[in-house]
Structures are given as structure tokens and as C-alpha cells.
Design a protein around this ligand. Structure first.
Ligand SMILES: [Zn+2]
Length: 634
């Protein structure tokens, strides 16, 4: 593992921005770079801790993938060919993990290659000998049972229960477990893929996608805009497509398709709102695929095709801020990408801010502020949870020798959001919007790291308008600065009054909650105070039947409270177990497992976890292993 985090100065920095190291689609800028000196390329990449690649010596530019998806053996095999650019190097280094490399060609001829020693986190380097003139390398390989990106689901784990399903999750450093690749977020490549799957299934990728099944199970894909390797994604299953507008639509299993289509029917409106805020949607198509419930995240912003959990299908469109979030990543994350995982907040903080603005544009300030306040509470809980390691509450992280997934906390998301919201209040919305619009435009198809962002912010917003702001404190210090934006919601105040009433009178006036949204319910449940014991929990459950809520978010927070308040009525324990076994969304299940542990029920948690773990993606299993200190091999 590399420990050095070196920021190399861009040779061309004084002449132009060095923002577009591989910037295939940002043609004007990369052309300019080439005119200056081909050597300027070699100084463009930041040394980073989570990839063996040395892109300053030789870098991949385009991938042609030709693979077979074998559901019987649960293996992907085939060939990954790269167009490369090398800078007088005689070796190109890729990342691989749990892959079996059969042979390698360089410009069509057998090439020598060597695997580095395996690291538990990073996998192995794949060092391929090349000539100075080599233009293309081809790697023949196979995945293995350990490939962490891949989740092979049996028919019973799907909605329709008839066919198996495969999904991939690349972020943060898992793409290397199904494709040998330079797996660093600052690499950008275009790709074409040919994927062969069983005839009764459809394959879709983060690329131009089919809208119906082919007769022979062969699918061809094209991604013509350059993306980071963690955004390469594949899903294979018995799915169908239904369009919402010419550029938006949904994929889902048959039994889910109509529900999903209704739930996400505002997608086109969301794209329009987003474009009005920060510029054109450049990825042509914005589709969403709803996956089986074991998908580890709420959503994953794979370009052109967001992957989403079915837990947001509430039947009333109340949890669709998730779609606004993934859409916002089309700018923050996919277009302007964090250079290293230490800069993850640049992806997520900006995306949460953008998400809230889309939600405000579509559904009004009330809804957006409720979402922001829920995020605010999550943030406070997260900071409290990091009491022993305040370093982890900084926006700019140091994840060297750690799993980048450790940085996927509420800090990057919600502290990042609060930073931008506070900035908005300080400089005014109009100025911030113009700044952000230019930020996305000027850095499109390139990567950004924290220090460069701070520079850019100072020059283009703060100094420009003579405004002082404690940017460094927000980004480089632990905890929350005192100048944070105050967010308030009258609706939440009413919810809090309602709770007070219950505490004082031990009575429930059901009419007060009649028109509550999901957000108000969540706020209600999350803020039940310690005075509320199992008796009052039973009364609340009797009034609202929350143990049987069909809204997964409300159910999740209710289960958490039930555990913490030692409530066991209305068969809630059985419900919790069922939920933990069926749903694999990391945030949901980790919240519940943490509550079990906190309330001294680790034994019970382990008992359930043993049943649930086979359904979880590696990303979720790793997190729960850690929470419960569970050793799977013992
Ligand atoms: Zn996100």
C-alpha cells in the first residue's frame, strides 16, 4: 500500500487549468494540454492510496469488454482490452482483486505480466510489460467466488421468484474484483461492452441500454462519455423497461414495473429542475433500475442508469428524494469526480445540496427543509458516534490504509450539505448558484480534489465578492463550526408538540397526524424521548400500527426505537427479523443492528445476522461484521 499522498504540480498549471488529465470529452482543454507538451500529462494525476495504478507512467483510455455471464458457475469470464496512453513507460499497472488472469496481449502479441502480492483491501497489482509504442493491451480473465462487486441472487431473492439475478457495485474500490482495471476515481475512460447472458434474461449497464430482450442473450453497450471505473456497472435479470419521457424511464421485474413507474413518474420533471439549476444534463438518458432488496445502497448513480433499492417504493412517491439525489450525481460525482476517496465529500456534500434544491423546486421549501432537518439529526448522531475518533468528522479525510467505505458516513453527505447551505446563507443563493453552475461547466469530465476546490472557491466566489468565510474550518477541522445555517420547519414543530402532548397526557389525538408525510412520521418516531417506555410505545403502535408500516423508512426507524425502548408488542420482533433477512440496504440494517448491540442484545443480533448474512452484498456484510465484531470464518 502506498502511504504517500503527493500532490504533483501540474506543469501546465500557469497556462491553463490542469483539470482534465484524461478528459476525453472535454476536448478543447485536452487539446490545449497536448499542444503545450505531452510531458504535461505525466504530472496530472495525484498519487493515491487505493490504487496500484501509476497513470502518470501509462494510463488506460478506453475499454472494450467482451464477457460471458455464467449463472451456473457464478463466474464472469472474457476479455478486457484497453486503448492505452503511455509516457515512455515499459510497464502499465492495473488493479485486480480475486481475478484469475489467464493471458495478456500487447498489440496482439503475448505480453509478460506479473501479479503483485495480494493485499486484503487493495487486491493485487497487475504489472504488464509494454513497449513504448504499445497502443492496446488485452487481458483474458475470470472472476471468482470471492469477487466482492458481484452479487449473484437466486430466484427466491428476486421479486418474481422465477429467475436468478446479478448486480454489480463498483464504488468504492470493487470494480477491480470483476474487471482488471486502473481502479482510481481520477481515471476516466469510455467503454464498449459485449455481454452474453442466458436467453431469458436482459443485461443493462451504465451505458446506452436495450429496451427489450434480444433473442440470443447477447447485448452490446456503448458509453461514449468518459467515466471513472467505479461507475461501470452491470445488472442481469428478468427485467422490463417502461419509459416516463423520451429521456427517462424505469427498469424492473415484471411484478414491480407498474409500481415503480408510478413511484418515479416525476423523473422528467426532476431532470428539468436540475438543468434549470446547474446546466444541461449531458448523459442523454436518465433511467433507473429497481433491484432486488439486497442491493446494499439506497441508490448508486451509475451514469445513464441509476441502480436503486426497492425500499423507496412506498406507493406514495414520498421517498423519491433518493432519485433527486442520484440524478444530482450526474453533475457532482459523475461529471466532476472526487480525485481520491479522501475527497468523497466533494461528491456527496454537493449532491445532497443539489438534491435538496431539486426537491425544493418540485415540492416546495417545506418538504426540502424537513429533509434537511432529518439529515441534520443524522449528522448529529454521526458526530456523537465518532466521539472516540473526531478525525472522522472532518470533511477532508485521511483514509490511507483504511477501507474507503469507512468514509461513507453522514459526514461527507450531511456535513458537506451543511457547509454548502451555510455558504449559501452567507453569499446569497444567486451568487452561489452561478458559482456552482460555472464550477460544473469548467470542470466537466474531470476530477477535483479538496485543495483545488478551496482555491477555486476563493478565487471565483469569496475573493471576487470580498466575502470572508471559514472554509478551512469547515473542511479541515473536526465537528461543526458555530456559524452553521439554522434550518427550521413549522411542520416539525407541530410534530414535536404532538410528542409533548403524548408525554404529558399519555393520550393520542389521531386527528393531528392525519395529513402527515413520511418525513413527519420519521421525525416523530426518531424523536420519541426517553420518557416514552414500552407502555407508551404499545399505545402509539396501537394507534398507528407502525410495526406493520409498509413504508420501509418509517418501519426502519420504528424498529430502531422499539429495540431501544424495549418494546416487544404487535409481533414487532418477528417483523424486525424478517426485515433484516430480506433487506440488504446497508444504512437500514446497520441502524437496526447498532440498536440491538446498544441495547445489550448482541447475542440475538448474531443469531439473526447468521440467517441474514447470505443475502447481503459484501459492502453491507463488511459493515455489519464490524458493528457486531462478527468473524464469518469462525
Ligand atoms: Zn450519493
Amino acid at each position: 500500500m502506498k502511504k504517500l499522498l503527493l500532490l504533483l504540480v501540474c506543469f501546465a498549471h500557469f497556462l491553463i487549468s490542469c483539470s482534465s488529465p484524461s478528459g476525453g470529452s472535454k476536448e478543447t482543454e485536452s487539446l490545449k494540454t497536448e499542444n503545450i507538451s505531452s510531458h504535461s500529462h505525466t504530472h496530472n494525476y495525484v498519487e493515491e492510496a487505493h490504487s496500484y495504478a501509476q497513470p502518470n507512467a501509462a494510463v488506460i483510455k478506453h475499454l472494450d469488454l467482451d464477457i460471458l455471464v455464467d449463472f451456473e458457475q457464478k463466474i464472469i469470464s472474457g476479455q478486457a482490452s484497453y486503448k492505452i496512453e503511455s509516457f515512455e513507460s515499459n510497464v502499465i499497472i492495473l488493479d485486480s482483486k480475486f481475478l484469475e488472469i489467464e493471458k495478456v496481449l500487447a498489440d496482439g502479441k503475448a505480453a509478460k505480466f506479473k501479479m503483485g502480492s495480494p493485499d486484503k483491501l487493495l487486491g493485487q497489482s497487475l504489472n504488464i510489460d509494454i513497449e513504448k509504442s504499445t497502443k492496446e493491451i488485452s487481458i483474458f480473465y475470470k472472476t471468482s467466488a470471492e469477487s466482492e462487486a458481484l452479487q449473484w441472487l437466486n430466484p427466491m431473492q428476486t421479486a418474481d421468484k422465477k429467475h436468478p439475478f446479478l448486480l454489480t457495485q463498483g464504488q468504492a474500490i470493487l470494480t477491480r474484483t470483476w474487471i482488471p482495471i486502473q481502479d482510481s476515481p481520477q481515471i476516466r475512460i469510455t467503454y464498449n461492452a459485449k455481454v452474453k447472458v442466458p436467453k431469458d434474461l436482459m443485461a443493462v449497464m451504465s451505458a446506452e441500454n436495450p429496451k427489450s430482450k434480444t433473442s440470443n442473450g447477447i447485448y452490446e453497450f456503448k458509453m461514449r462519455q468518459s467515466i471513472s471505473p467505479y461507475l461501470i456497472a452491470l445488472a442481469v435479470g428478468d427485467i422490463e423497461y417502461k419509459s416516463i419521457s423520451p429521456r427517462t424511464g424505469v427498469y424492473a421485474e415484471k411484478s414491480m414495473l407498474e409500481k415503480v413507474h408510478f413511484e418515479f413518474s416525476d423523473m422528467e420533471k426532476m431532470v428539468v429542475a436540475a438543468e434549470n439549476l446547474y446546466g444541461d444534463y449531458v448523459w442523454d438518458q436518465f433511467d433507473v433500475i429497481v433491484l432486488p432488496p439486497s442491493f446494499p445502497f439506497g441508490g448508486m448513480e451509475n451514469p445513464r442508469l441509476t441502480f436503486a433499492t426497492p425500499t423507496v417504493i412506498a406507493g406514495d412517491k414520498s421517498l423519491t428524494s433518493l432519485i433527486a439525489h442520484e440524478l444530482a450525481h450526474s453533475w457532482s460525482g459523475n461529471l466532476v469526480t472526487n480525485a481520491t476517496w479522501n475527497d468523497f465529500w466533494l461528491n456527496e456534500g454537493f449532491t445532497v445540496y443539489f438534491e435538496m434544491r431539486i426537491m425544493e423546486a418540485l415540492y416546495g421549501k417545506d418538504r426540502a427543509d424537513m429533509l434537511a432537518l432529518i439529515a441534520r439529526q443524522d449528522l448529529e448522531e454521526e458526530i456523537e458516534g465518532f466521539k472516540e475518533s473526531p478525525e472522522d468528522t472532518k470533511l477532508k479525510l485521511d483514509l490511507n490504509e483504511r477501507n474507503p467505505d469507512d468514509g461513507m458516513t453522514s459526514i461527507a453527505y450531511d456535513k458537506g450539505y451543511l457547509f454548502l447551505r451555510t455558504l449559501e446563507e452567507t453569499v446569497g443563493r444567486e451568487k452561489l448558484d452561478l458559482f456552482l453552475k460555472n464550477y460544473f461547466k469548467e470542470h466537466a469530465f474531470s476530477t477535483m480534489h479538496t485543495e483545488r476546490f478551496v482555491d477555486y472557491l476563493n478565487k471565483n466566489l469569496l475573493e471576487k465578492h470580498g466575502i470572508s468565510f471559514n472554509t478551512e474550518e469547515w473542511i479541515y477541522q473536526a465537528g461543526l463550526p458555530s456559524n452553521q445555517a439554522i434550518i427550521s420547519s413549522d411542520k416539525f414543530t407541530l410534530v414535536e408538540n404532538f410528542i409533548d402532548q403524548i408525554v404529558k397526557t399519555s393520550k393520542i389525538d389521531k386527528s393531528a397526524s392525519k395529513s402527515w408525510t413520511s418525513q413527519e412520521w420519521v421525525h416523530f418516531v426518531k424523536n420519541l424521548p426517553s420518557e416514552i417506555g414500552s407502555k407508551q410505545m404499545a399505545m402509539i403502535d396501537q394507534a398507528f400500527d407502525l410495526s406493520n408500516s409498509k413504508n420501509s423508512y418509517i418501519a426502519m426507524v420504528w424498529y430502531e426505537q422499539s429495540i431501544l425502548k424495549n418494546y416487544h408488542g404487535n409481533k414487532v420482533d418477528a417483523k424486525i427479523e424478517e426485515f433484516l433477512i430480506e433487506v440488504g440496504r446497508r444504512w437500514y440494517v446497520s441502524t437496526i443492528f447498532k440498536a440491538l448491540k446498544k441495547s445489550g442484545q448482541r447475542g440475538k443480533a448474531i443469531e439473526i445476522y447468521k440467517k441474514a448474512r447470505p443475502n447481503y452484498h459484501s459492502v453491507t456484510a463488511n459493515t455489519i461484521d464490524e458493528i457486531l465484531n462478527f468473524k464469518p470464518k469462525e
